[in-house]
Design a protein around this ligand. Structure first.
Ligand SMILES: Cc1cc2nc3c(=O)[nH]c(=O)nc-3n(C[C@H](O)[C@H](O)[C@H](O)COP(=O)(O)O)c2cc1C
Ligand SMILES: O=C(O)C(=O)c1ccccc1
Length: 379
């Protein structure tokens, strides 16, 4: 009787995986917030496939390799991070936990990884960068939209640069928001009391609009490579990355326009549904990059093995969105720390068990494609 009680309480409380954190978050978040965070657009094809597409890859371990000095670290934005992961810019983090992006920045500093700051952050870029000043200060990248109000966009750029951000992540996949049933069904609005300081908007102004209308009023759908990239280049010394690339064609354009990197991303399946899982778009993007432009990836990454597979397919670094939001809902800063710790531990063990002593050892030779009708297909 007593033993059973112990086992039951352990199984309901022990949080060991990102899935566990998601489950804990689901218990804490109101339905409207949970649906806003977790959903993709229209039929939910892409949001789902972002994660499941990783399952077709299998690992090809090498044995009897001395991995006693396995080193998971890598360099991103010219500075060393503890493993190849950064946190994607996601707006409205204070809807998940009151400490929002401040807690995320502190957890990133504890784990020594970089962080993207959304234009729709509930805390200012100055506050968020300050919170990341740990033992080894981490780097922040400012996420930017192609905005209608160019003067406001310019103020955001200048503030980000002055606050110490090292890169702009230009979100290029959102001339309009994706078609999101949950937001309309729930008449989704930013909760009272939350502000968007980078948008220079108060809680009252925000409440007057739905998310969809607010976005429509803000974002420019007349954006273009030729108009926007040279303009941004003239405004800042920060690196310029294009977030939302899914094709070789756009990687070639990013190269042509002198961008520093691309993030292969479908916005976590929230924009164009039926676009490919990012891990499936990655190979053509890496090929088109020819090592001349950096290639990162986000979307659906939920384990250390997923990070390993993305690196094996040529990504230099991975980013995560929802796992951080779930960590925040679960336990604020500690919850994000936990999510990052899980991914770090899983990635490290994955490296060691596949016989990799450094991130540079992770290559195509370490993975294959599982087939129902035959042996593992080599890449
Ligand atoms: C709640 C939420 C808010 C987001 N807000 C932004 C944003 O403000 N700007 C942006 O470029 N991407 C935004 N994204 C997309 C993320 O940057 C990222 O591409 C995506 O979450 C990665 O997929 P994952 O959540 O499956 O890890 C958001 C995603 C979510 C889930
Ligand atoms: O919902 C999103 O995907 C997104 O990009 C966003 C934009 C503004 C506020 C919050 C999230």
């Amino acid at each position: 009787m007593e033993e059973k009680t112990v086992i039951k309480s352990m199984s309901s409380e022990v949080v060991l995986s990102i899935e566990d954190i998601k489950e804990q978050a689901s218990k804490k978040l109101p339905t409207v917030a949970r649906e806003f965070f977790n959903s993709g657009s229209t039929s939910q094809i892409t949001v789902h496939e972002n994660s499941t597409a990783y399952q077709k890859y299998r690992l090809r371990p090498r044995v009897l390799v001395n991995v006693s000095k396995a080193d998971t670290s890598t360099t991103v934005f010219g500075s060393k991070i503890s493993f190849p992961l950064c946190v994607s810019p996601a707006g409205l983090q204070a809807m998940s936990h009151p400490d929002g992006e401040i807690a995320t920045s502190k957890a990133c500093a504890t784990r020594n990884i970089h962080m993207g700051v959304s234009t729709f952050s509930n805390y200012s870029v100055e506050e968020v960068t300050r919170a990341g000043l740990g033992v080894e200060p981490i780097k922040h990248a400012m996420q930017l939209y192609t905005m209608k109000d160019r003067a406001l966009q310019e103020r955001i750029i200048k503030r980000a640069e002055a606050a110490g951000c090292v890169a702009i992540l230009l979100t290029a996949d959102s001339p309009v928001l994706g078609y999101r049933y949950n937001e309309w069904r729930n008449d989704f609005r930013t909760p009272a009391g939350l502000a968007f300081p980078m948008m220079e908007k108060s809680s009252e102004q925000i409440l007057a609009q739905t998310h969809d209308d607010g976005f429509l009023a803000m974002n420019s759908d007349s954006h273009s490579w030729a108009e926007d990239i040279p303009r941004l280049r003239s405004l800042t010394k920060m690196e310029i990355w294009i977030k939302g690339v899914l094709t070789a064609e756009d990687v070639l354009l990013a190269r042509e326009y002198g961008c520093d990197g691309v993030i292969v991303s479908n916005h976590g399946g929230r924009q164009l549904d039926d676009s490919p899982a990012t891990i499936d778009a990655l190979p053509e993007c890496v090929k088109a990059a020819e090592g001349k432009i950096r290639v990162h990836i986000d979307g659906g990454i939920r384990s250390g093995a997923d990070i390993f597979k993305a690196l094996a397919l040529g990504a230099e670094c991975c980013w995560i969105g929802r796992p951080v939001i779930w960590g925040l809902a679960y336990d604020g800063e500690k919850g994000v720390e936990k999510a990052l710790q899980i991914l770090y531990d899983e990635f490290r063990r994955c490296m060691m068990l596949t016989g990799c002593s450094s991130v540079a050892d992770i290559s195509k030779a370490k993975i294959g494609i599982a087939r129902l009708d035959g042996p593992l297909a080599r890449l």
